[in-house]
Design a protein around this ligand. Structure first.
Ligand SMILES: [Fe+2]
Ligand SMILES: [Fe+2]
Length: 218
């Protein structure tokens, strides 16, 4: 899309991923054999925040927004509903599903990410939350390297990785819609600054979540 703001936002996102790649999580996955427990602990955290993505998208409607953007928010909230079941499916497919473990409290960074997204929804609304969707719906280009390593270490197939493989197909549609919404509804410097800060903070918190997963296995 020919939009200067989107272009700059993509640059910012790339820089944040470069930072995450320099961290402990990346180093662990790329330089050591990934254990089943490590993968399971990662998926438990993903399950925690994914459960909330439909709700925090729907909650953006409490802040006034153009009708077209609200329509996107409602559709997108419905689309994201239940996506955490891809995580349970994937864990179950390799005998790693433990419901008790799945119900344990999130790590601090995961809890902070979950809480922050409700704050964004209720305080800033649908335009701001686009900053999260902007990178989350196209995350696959950044995590391909680590996913490939996990896949080969644990001998996983596409069917064992529906959260990352089938999901990426669904998200191709989402990222187009999200960029259209940013182009159409994030026009003023204030709106663009909000989108950017939500992208940065959610990426920071996601990076911290990955670091805390790695820390459990240090
Ligand atoms: Fe999803
Ligand atoms: Fe999505």
């Amino acid at each position: 899309m020919q939009n200067e703001f989107i272009h700059a936002l993509r640059e910012t996102v790339n820089q944040h991923w470069a930072q995450i790649r320099r961290g402990r999580f990346w180093d662990h996955v790329m330089s050591k054999p990934v254990s089943r427990e490590f993968y399971r602990d990662l998926m438990v955290e993903i399950h925690h925040y994914t459960k909330h993505n439909s709700m925090n998208q729907a909650a953006t409607a409490f802040v006034n927004a153009p009708e077209g953007l609200l329509k996107f928010a409602y559709h997108h909230a419905a689309d994201e509903l239940g996506h955490e079941r891809m995580v349970t499916h994937d864990l179950e497919s390799i005998g790693l599903l433990d419901r008790e473990l799945l119900a344990r409290p999130p790590l601090p960074a995961t809890e902070a990410l979950i809480g922050y997204l409700y704050f964004v929804a209720l305080r800033y609304g649908a335009v701001a939350r686009l900053g999260y969707s902007f990178w989350a719906e196209s995350v696959y280009e950044h995590i391909g390297e680590v996913l490939g390593k996990v896949r080969s270490d644990l001998s996983l197939t596409d069917k064992n990785m529906s959260f990352f493989v089938a999901h990426s197909t669904i998200d191709k549609k989402h990222i187009v819609q999200v960029e259209e919404c940013i182009d159409r509804y994030a026009k003023t410097p204030a709106e663009q600054a909000l989108v950017r800060s939500v992208a940065e903070t959610t990426l920071f918190l996601t990076g911290q979540m990955l670091e805390q997963v790695a820390q459990r296995h240090a």
